[in-house]
Design a protein around this ligand. Structure first.
Ligand code: BGC
Length: 390
């Protein structure tokens, strides 16, 4: 089946500051990597995109894409409370201007999993004045967003609430396990409050469309577990999607699908097709995620802000993405208003404590930082150029 995407469709790739920039010294993740050095890897220089962002954007633009989603780093912009770095704001302004000059619409994320160390030390999202602190940062960030048409306030608040929920349990000496973990509802509520405070600030200060990006798990119920499924679905993503009803768009982030049984979300069963992060190979998840999002948020523009696969076989990346786009095209044919597709990720990067899972359209030599585009970059770029999925 062929599909023709609209002419003004956003075609891009996504990254996040901590995963690509390097030496993110003032962030809570830098501290975590040092504290947990026995069992997670270190981001270090990452792939030095802090200095090489223009080269990275140029590779994307030259391949035929028209958008780049990147995040700006709170811990660089506000290294100590209330002390803002003019130089770092100017750095991110240069990124915005470079993207625009190269013909890439910047899709800017204000918060992608990392916090200034001082914010973490004050209890992060459950600390006193968390929402006020975030708002103060957002006000400063707005000063460099002129010309940006799409702003994501917080990346995957639901995943952030899972991770910080686990840290909270660990700190309280309680048992914790990532398997089947759901977002901590209290942390989730704090993130909802932060988004509700930030979105109008961005809207008033810039002409951008504002939204947040939700991790969609394409949850599917086992037979006879409707009540449990509804409960899990709400706690996992619907609580965050409902908030988006008041926004200008919602970001859908989809990689895989999971079953819900009477005990909750079922872990991916081992399978030879599982990806390098152990997730089931489910290119159809994107269609499920987009359709579910539409059901919850109503007729609101959707941008696929992340979709991709951790694999060391680029042919699999092309096969997965082609299938995912086919499902996306079908959802659009059914009337769902999708405005763009931003692949995760532009570059092989620091996968939150691990370097082995490679999601990139471009490989990077981590000693020389030389970029090596994979065939998937040109393949997806050609679809971006023509809007045609064969
Ligand atoms: C995050 C990215 C991450 C990707 C793959 C999303 O949860 O936004 O930062 O690298 O998925 O795990």
């Amino acid at each position: 089946m062929t599909h023709t995407f609209p002419r003004d469709f956003l075609w891009g790739a996504a990254t996040a500051a901590h995963q690509i920039e390097g030496n993110n010294l003032n962030s809570d993740w830098w501290k975590l990597e040092h504290d947990a050095a026995d069992y997670i890897q270190f981001s270090g220089d990452a792939i030095d995109s802090y200095h090489r962002f223009e080269e990275d954007m140029r590779l994307l633009a030259d391949a035929g894409f028209n958008a780049y989603r990147f995040s700006i780093e709170w811990s660089r912009i506000e290294p100590s409370p209330g002390k803002f770095s003019r130089a770092e704001l100017a750095h991110y302004r240069r990124m915005v201007e470079t993207a625009v000059r190269l013909g890439l619409s910047p899709v800017v994320t204000l918060h992608h999993f990392t916090h200034p160390m001082w914010f973490g030390a004050k209890g992060a999202w459950l600390g006193d004045g968390a929402v006020e602190a975030f708002s103060r940062y957002v006000e400063q960030a707005c000063t460099i967003l002129d010309g940006v048409e799409w702003v994501c306030t917080i990346n995957e608040p639901n995943v952030l609430a899972v991770n910080h929920g686990l840290r909270r349990r660990a700190a309280a000496g309680k048992e914790y396990s990532l398997q089947g973990a759901l977002p901590d509802p209290e942390i989730g509520q704090a993130l909802v409050a932060a988004h509700r405070a930030a979105a109008p600030l961005v809207r008033a200060a810039t002409g951008a469309r504002v939204g947040w990006t939700v991790a969609n798990q394409a949850l599917v119920p086992a037979p006879g577990v409707d009540a449990k499924y509804a409960e899990v679905q709400y706690q996992w993503e619907d609580m965050y999607l409902e908030v988006a009803r008041h926004d200008d768009f919602v970001g859908v982030q989809s990689y895989t699908s999971q079953l819900v049984d009477e005990n909750g979300v079922v872990d991916h069963p081992p399978h030879p097709d599982n990806t390098l992060v152990g997730w089931a190979y489910r290119p159809d998840a994107l269609g499920i995620a987009v359709r579910h999002t539409r059901e919850v948020v109503g007729d609101l523009p959707i941008v696929v802000t992340e979709n991709g696969i951790a694999t060391d076989d680029d042919r699999r990346r092309i096969a997965y993405t082609s299938e995912a786009l086919r499902h996306l095209g079908e959802a659009m044919d059914d009337g769902i208003d999708v405005r763009g597709y931003l692949h995760w990720s532009l570059l092989d990067n620091f996968e939150w404590g691990r370097w082995e899972p490679t999601f990139g359209l471009i490989a990077v030599d981590r000693e020389t930082f030389v970029r090596h585009p994979k065939p998937s970059l040109a393949w997806l770029g050609a679809i971006a150029r023509t809007g045609q999925l064969a």
